[in-house]
Design a protein around this ligand. Structure first.
Ligand SMILES: Nc1nc2c(ncn2[C@@H]2O[C@H](COP(=O)(O)OP(=O)(O)OP(=O)(O)O)[C@@H](O)[C@H]2O)c(=O)[nH]1
Ligand SMILES: [Mg+2]
Length: 391
């Protein structure tokens, strides 16, 4: 599957940059292309120049709202991010069309952080514009949810996330939810290492996008997972996960296939990788809430057998029994067995629901506080009414 990737704001642009690197890897290691165009859109000129993999011309790194912000961002006011996107949206659409092989892409993927200003405000507006222009291609969003420490220190974080999520949900075909907090559970030092988190965010897309683009017969699986399967799976709230089991580096070929112990170890490794993929999903959710799901097994051809495929299918049916299941195998990976899992059409997402409820109470509080400060101002104005003005 080929994606046209567009990042908005600092978070979105850096993750788009990570997608451009992923494409570089697919190109040099496998001779295939997975992102025929990657773009960065921001109100902050300095952030745009900090990217490394996205082409550096103004058609790929697009500065919007220059007049309103002087190239310095919107300071977390996502209403301003939305307004600028409405004004400068055409500039972005024009640039997308110049992508060398724009028409080869199967879908759009727009990326942003929910808690900031530019990305949070612009992504729903741009999703709507792109959908209106290109009706035959799905438009997906990838939304990054803030760290817990940001939620606790800054009210705007919750409010921006809630308004961004509500808006994208009404326009995007599917929304990948990525919770920053999930990536620092095991390794707290990652909190300061966004580049590493970004690499982890895009990694599950590598085999997923490559599998359907392979041309060489020996790398084509018994059951190919192509763009059609992915498009059929992606609807509404979506999470993605990835798990990996390393394989021994060297094996005697004559000991291979008919050793029953080896076969059970393979199945075990497969289940281990799938278990990891499901426990490391990009956002915590209940797999039983998912209406559509997909998994891809990537491993050396010699490791893929019917037993393994069946076991994985049974396992997945157990954890996501309500979901229509799609799957594929990809005989390309070396030295590891890895599994990508997507759970889509989620009926409930606790974290999203919490943003909505917290934000609703916040709105009342903010209104009350505004009223209080207005009446205080009135008080001070009243006290000054007998004083002559110099103006
Ligand atoms: N995973 C990840 N999250 C990021 C990154 N940069 C920022 N964030 C998160 O994104 C949110 C802030 O959004 P930004 O993208 O910085 O904001 P912006 O869209 O540039 O908007 P303004 O700076 O207000 O104009 C916070 O929750 C950050 O934790 C990144 O590179 N990776
Ligand atoms: Mg910014």
């Amino acid at each position: 599957m080929k994606l046209l990737v567009v990042g908005f704001g600092q978070c979105g642009c850096r993750i788009a940059d990570a997608f451009a690197r992923l494409n570089g890897r697919a190109h040099s290691h496998r001779g295939i292309e997975i992102t025929p165009g990657v773009f960065a859109v921001n109100t902050d000129a300095a952030d745009l120049s900090g990217l490394t993999a996205i082409q550096s011309d103004y058609q790929h790194r697009i500065l919007i709202g220059g007049r309103k912000t002087g190239g310095h961002g919107v300071g977390k006011i996502n209403e301003l991010g939305a307004e600028i996107a409405r004004e400068d949206g055409d500039k972005v659409i024009d640039a997308l069309r110049t992508a060398r092989r724009f028409f080869e892409s199967d879908a759009f993927l727009l990326v942003a952080g929910a808690a900031g200003g530019t990305g949070s405000g612009a992504i729903s507006i741009m999703t709507q514009y792109i959908k209106e222009r290109y009706m035959d291609k799905p438009v997906y969003n990838l939304i990054v949810l803030p760290f817990e420490h940001e939620e606790n220190t800054e009210e705007r974080t919750i409010y921006n996330s809630a308004t961004c999520l509500k808006s994208v949900n009404s326009v995007a075909d599917a929304i990948f939810l990525i919770d920053n907090q999930r990536y620092i559970r095991k390794d707290f030092s990652l909190r300061n290492n966004l580049a590493k988190i970004n690499t982890m965010i895009v990694e599950p897309f590598y085999n997923l996008l490559c599998a359907g683009e392979e041309k060489k017969p020996k790398y084509i699986g018994a059951r190919i997972l192509d763009a059609g399967d992915i498009i059929q799976t992606l609807v509404g709230w979506t999470v993605i996960g990835w798990g990996k089991s390393p394989l021994p580096v060297f094996r005697f070929p004559f000991l291979a296939s008919h050793n029953f112990r080896k076969k059970s170890t393979e199945t075990h490794k497969g289940i281990h990788a799938m278990d990891e993929a499901i426990s490391e999903l990009s956002l915590r959710c209940n797999p039983m809430d998912s209406g559509r799901a997909l998994y891809l097994l990537s491993a050396p051809a010699s490791e893929i057998n019917m037993d393994l495929v069946k076991e994985l299918g049974d396992y997945m049916k157990d954890v996501a029994s309500e979901a229509t299941l799609r799957n594929g195998d990809y005989p390309r990976e070396k030295g590891a067995l890895d599994i990508t899992v997507i759970l889509s059409e989620l009926k409930d997402v606790e974290k999203v629901r919490k943003y909505y409820t917290k934000s609703a109470t916040l709105i009342d509080e903010i209104k009350k506080r505004r009223e209080e400060s207005r009446s205080k101002l009135r008080g001070i104005d009243d006290a000054s009414k007998d004083i002559p003005s110099l103006l």
